[in-house]
Design a protein around this ligand. Structure first.
Ligand code: PNS
Length: 163
């Protein structure tokens, strides 16, 4: 019997963008089950609270049984160990991402030698996209409809106009 291929896709997802969604759809061709692991970082004040980020992502993938959504805090290596899943997915947009990603991948493997990080290259149309860019554009009332899924766009606008 073939073993189920599982992986963890960690990030802040504040908010999830079409770039993240693109990485997930590429990773789905390789993995049977992907856990989107949303970080709760007590040192950073997020734009969207953890619960809201989880809710938005769960809603986005509600019809996809291959995608699970969970929160984590502390070390990603500990989360991987607890889940017994040792493959981490990360997206690369440009060469400039590589330094940090390389450092993270090796640190995670240092913390747990079972861990490997697998990189997917984003579609070039998202190569300059980031959650912070999306937040900035939304704050300035720019059109972000090609950068985020419609529900996320609505939520961003709502948050900006109604706090
Ligand atoms: O979307 P992001 O902000 O690029 O995601 C970064 C994230 C959450 C994957 C990374 O900061 C992380 O794994 N943090 C958990 C703390 C940890 O395990 N640090 C050691 C590895 S660098």
């Amino acid at each position: 019997m073939n073993e189920i291929k599982r992986a963890i896709y960690p990030g802040s997802f504040d908010p999830i963008t079409n770039g993240h969604v693109d990485i997930i759809s590429r990773a789905k061709k390789v993995f049977d089950e992907i856990t989107i692991a949303v970080i709760q970082n007590p040192d950073k004040t997020p734009f969207f609270e953890l619960e809201h980020r989880l809710e938005l992502i769960k809603h986005l993938f509600k019809n996809d049984p291959h995608i699970k959504v969970e929160a984590f805090r502390g070390l990603l290596a500990d989360f991987a160990q607890k889940r017994n899943v040792y493959t981490i997915i990360r997206g690369l947009r440009a060469v400039s991402d590589f330094d940090f990603e390389f450092q993270m991948a090796l640190t995670n493997r240092h913390l747990n030698t079972k861990i490997d990080t697998v990189f997917f290259m984003t579609d070039e149309k998202y190569s300059y996209l980031s959650s912070s860019l999306v937040r900035q554009l939304a704050g300035l009332s720019a059109d972000i409809s090609s950068f985020v899924p419609p529900d996320i766009e609505r939520s961003l606008k709502d948050r900006i106009h109604h706090g």
